[in-house]
Design a protein around this ligand. Sequence first.
Ligand code: GLN
Length: 407
Amino acid sequence: MTPTIQKQSVGGASATPVRPRFRSARTQNFTESVIREMTRLAVLHDAVNLAQGFPDFGAPEPVKAAAQRAISEEHNQYTITWGAKNFRQAIAVHYRERHALEFDPEREVTVVCGSTEAMIASLLATANPGEEVIVFEPYYENYGPDTWLCGAQRKLVRLNPPDWTFDPAELRRAFSSRTKAIIVTNPHNPTGKVFSREELGVIAELCNEFDTLAITDEIYEHILYDGAHHIPLMTMPGMRDRTILVNSLSKTFSVTGWRVGWILAAPDLSDSIRKVHDFLTVNAAAPMQQAGILALGLGESFHEDLRAKYKQRRDLMLGVLERAGFRCFVPKGAYYIMADISGFGFADDHAFARYLLEEIGVAAVPGSSFFEDPADGHGLIRFCFCKKIETLEEAASRLSKMRTASR
Ligand code: GLN
């Protein structure tokens, strides 16, 4: 069977024949994640995987050693469902030192299986069917199924290229008495936008005025470029107790497979979120939580080194893509580059992604995966650059073939 790249999950059709009697209504409106499917296809085609955002280089040695030690020292049973006490304490210390935010580890810190669980557990704990959740578009594709699974309606607000700014009047129009929450991914996937203090101020004012929550996905908080500064929305006026802050070890410490994330929220919010988490997954991997204590203590020099390495990879990839004929939107944070493909003359982003995969040997994510209406993403593609320099150089050599192949 020829592999196909599926359309944007929500509203897409599944390739597997279904027996309607055995399929719940809540799963009908989305398909497999295109991002994760691209990893499967990359393996199948022996392509350089610049699709799903995970590093192909090693995790920090001391972090790996701490996990191994934790297994040897018998951290192998369930932890308290909302996380090992010493890890929750380490998370609280990290936020006090870094952002001057105080959390009670007993009532306001919940450890979960990655920010993926954090996001859906937070939504399931707070949003009722029919309520609205505001999402900036383009958006990380999980938010489609996440909102579907709780029966909430998505209200989309456009981030406009080239700087991915939003129109405050459009944002205001999206808020109403039906709004339960706004999701803010900052730094932003897929665009690499870093929200400014002024923009966060606009969001905070609306959340206060309409008495809504904000759920912030801050998983790329340490991956910043060109002097960009990460400000948690929770630090803005009136936001401390109406923000649910989501983060994880995955991207900062290059351990995406460990599945260790956390949720910081006021006690009443944490209480409902913990109930969902308890019955979904019980707890995140116990030894990895112990390693997380060491990871969070690595300090600023670790983060500076991380940023310097990612800047080198970003700059390398921007050069490679521009030489291959892409028009790139320069990211200020995270590790993705959105690129304009409208000049290449392909029917759409899926046709282009297939060409890149099958003929050039590079996997990327079709832009439509990040939009409700696939047509809005037909001129875009997303590359990740969280890879070894040699992997990026291999991609560069393959992409250099595009000049002759496509013109
Ligand atoms: N955040 C990663 C991306 O956008 C993927 C994460 C995942 O697949 N769970 O590529």
